[in-house]
Design a protein around this ligand. Structure first.
Ligand code: CAA
Length: 315
C-alpha cells in the first residue's frame, strides 16, 4: 500500500506540475498550520461532515457522512462534473480517509446537479496535454479509481444523467450502479481521437463481456438506462424521483448486516474477477497517452472545445 501511494503521489506531483491550479490546493494543505483562525473556521464548515474531522484539500469532490453511509459528490456541475486534476486529487484524498474509517459501511458516489453524473475527463484541460502528461493523467486516474473500487466498504454509483467517457469509467469502478431512467451511458472517446484512459476498457469488458464492450467503445454510441440494465452494466433502474430513496434504502439494508461479513464478502467477490487486470490498466493508460501525440487526437479535442465536428484524416 505504501508503495502504491508513493507511486500515486509521484504521479500526482506530475499532474500538479501540469496543472498549476492544483498548486494552491497543495499550498493550503502544507501550510495548514499557518492558516488564520477565520480560514480554518471556513474550512471546518466546508468539511464539517468529513469522518473523524479529516480535512479535504479541495471541494471538487465533497464527502459527507450520515450514520454509516458516506456520500462522495463530484462537484463541478458547471462542467457537467468533468474530471480534471482537482477532481482526481480530491477523490484520492477522500479515498484515503475512507480507507481508514471503521464506521462507514457503504459509500455512495454521485455527481452534482441534475444533468450529469460525470460527462468524462475534462476535455478543456486535456487539450494541452502531451503524450507523457496524458499517460500520467490516465495512470493516476486509473489508480485512484482502483483504490476507490478496492475500498473495504461497498461502493454504489448513483447515476442520473450523463455518465460518459471517464464518467462511465468512474461509475464502473464502484461495486455496482443504480441508475435513474434518465441516465445515459457511453464511451465517446474515439469521437475525440482518443481511447478510454481510466480503466474503462478493462472494467467494461469485465462487466458486459469483451465483444459488447468493443462495440460500445468503437461505435461511441450512447445507451439509455434500460439498455444498460439489459446488458448487466446497471443493477437497478428507477424513476428519477425514486433514485435517492432507492439508493438510501439499499445502503441502509447493506449497512444493517454484519459489517465484518460484508467487508469480507466484498473482498472475495472482487478477487474472483481480477487476475491480470493490472496489466490491462497499465496498457490502456499507456495507449491513452500515446494518442496525445497524434494529429487525430489534437483535432478531436480541439473540435469539441470549438463546438464543431472533427475533421479526421482518413487514409
Ligand atoms: N470536459 C470539459 N467540459 C465539458 C465536458 C467534458 N468532458 N462535458 C461537458 N463539458 C462542458 C461543456 O463544454 C459546457 O461548457 P461551456 O458552457 O463552458 O461550453 C458545459 O459542460 C455544458 O455542456 P454542453 O453545453 O455540451 O451540454 P449539452 O447538454 O449540449 O451536451 C454532453 C451534454 C452530450 C454530455 C456534451 O457536453 C458532451 O458531449 N460532453 C463530452 C462527453 C465526452 O466526450 N466525454 C469523454 C471525454 S474524454 C475522456 O473521458 C477520456 C478518458 O477516458 C480519460
Amino acid at each position: 500500500m505504501c508503495g502504491y501511494w508513493r507511486v500515486a503521489n509521484a504521479l500526482n506531483n506530475g499532474v500538479q506540475r501540469l496543472n498549476p491550479r492544483l498548486e494552491p490546493v497543495c499550498f493550503l494543505s502544507l501550510g495548514g498550520l499557518l492558516l488564520s483562525p477565520l480560514v480554518k473556521r471556513f474550512l471546518s464548515l466546508c468539511f464539517a461532515n468529513t469522518p473523524r474531522g479529516e480535512k479535504s484539500m479541495s471541494n471538487a469532490v465533497t464527502l459527507s457522512l450520515e450514520g454509516s453511509v458516506a456520500t462522495l459528490v463530484v462537484n463541478r456541475p458547471e462542467a457537467l462534473n468533468a474530471i480534471n486534476g482537482a477532481v482526481i486529487e480530491a477523490l484520492a484524498s477522500h479515498v484515503r480517509t475512507l480507507e481508514r474509517s471503521r464506521e462507514v459501511q457503504v459509500v455512495v458516489l454521485t455527481g452534482a446537479g441534475d444533468k450529469a453524473f460525470v460527462a468524462g475527463a475534462d476535455i478543456k484541460e486535456m487539450l494541452s496535454f502531451d503524450p507523457e502528461q496524458a499517460a500520467h493523467f490516465g495512470q493516476l486516474g486509473a489508480r485512484v479509481f482502483s483504490a476507490l473500487g478496492n475500498l473495504p466498504q461497498v461502493v454504489i454509483a448513483r447515476v442520473h444523467g450523463f455518465a460518459l467517457g471517464g464518467g462511465l469509467e468512474l461509475a464502473l469502478s464502484a461495486d455496482f450502479i443504480v441508475a435513474s431512467s434518465k441516465a445515459k451511458f457511453g464511451l465517446p472517446e474515439v469521437t475525440l481521437g482518443l481511447i478510454p484512459g481510466f480503466g474503462g476498457t478493462q472494467r467494461l469488458a469485465e462487466r458486459i463481456g469483451a465483444a459488447r464492450a468493443l462495440e460500445w467503445v468503437t461505435s461511441a454510441e450512447r445507451y439509455d438506462a434500460q439498455e444498460a440494465f439489459a446488458v448487466g452494466l446497471v443493477n437497478r433502474v428507477v424513476a428519477p424521483e425514486e433514485l435517492d430513496a432507492t439508493v438510501a434504502a439499499l445502503a441502509k439494508k447493506i449497512s444493517s448486516n454484519g459489517p465484518g461479513a460484508v467487508r469480507a464478502v466484498k473482498a472475495v467477490v472482487a478477487n474472483s474477477q481480477r487476475v491480470n487486470a493490472g496489466v490491462g490498466f497499465e496498457l490502456e493508460a499507456a495507449r491513452f497517452g500515446l494518442r496525445f501525440g497524434t494529429p487525430e487526437a489534437k483535432e478531436g479535442l480541439a473540435a469539441f472545445v470549438e463546438k464543431r465536428p472533427p475533421a479526421f484524416l482518413r487514409q
